[in-house]
Design a protein around this ligand. Structure first.
Ligand code: ZN
Length: 165
């Protein structure tokens, strides 16, 4: 296993449509292991293969139980409701923005052996599924935000909110 470099906004790999995974071999297993290790070190909630420069449809999502889910060739097959909340991305470090996402989604994906399964998530997990899957089509959440905030902006907003209370 190895920690891979996370690409940041502006790198062409982040704007490419990724190819389906067709070989469920050791190379895929290594990629998934590396994505997990890289994600753990970065302390994030999700990581997609293109974020480490690999244009394949594979992502890791951390669910509410703290488990790292491996999703190969994932697709959202059902969605319900809406939520609006702050989102960040390891490829856009130090920035945050409000993004509308479904409140709940069901995802169909393959595991590292090629077996299909379904998984669902609400709240932050639904947000994370949507965010990671859009990386596979070359999209960043920043395309969906009117405005981006820095950590300092957020601190200031929190203080102002506390002052009002
Ligand atoms: Zn991201």
């Amino acid at each position: 296993m190895a920690i891979r470099t996370i690409l940041t906004k502006g790198e062409p790999a982040l704007n490419k449509v990724c190819h389906p995974v067709t070989k469920f071999d050791d190379k895929l297993a290594d990629l998934l292991d590396d994505l997990k290790e890289t994600l753990a070190q970065a302390n994030g909630l999700g990581l997609a293969a293109p974020q480490v420069g690999i244009l394949r449809r594979a992502v890791i999502v951390v669910n509410e139980e703290g488990e790292m889910l491996e999703l190969v060739n994932p697709e959202i097959i059902a969605r319900e409701g809406e939520q609006d909340g702050l989102e960040g991305c390891l490829s856009v470090p130090g920035m945050w923005g409000y993004v509308k996402r479904p409140a709940w989604v069901r995802v169909k994906a393959q595991d590292r052996k090629g077996n299909w399964f379904e998984v669902e998530g609400s709240d932050i997990t639904a947000r994370c599924f949507c965010h990671e899957l859009s990386h596979l089509d070359g999209h960043l959440y920043t395309e969906l935000c009117d405005k981006l905030y820095t950590n300092e902006d957020l601190d200031r907003m929190m203080e102002e909110q506390e002052d009002q209370e």
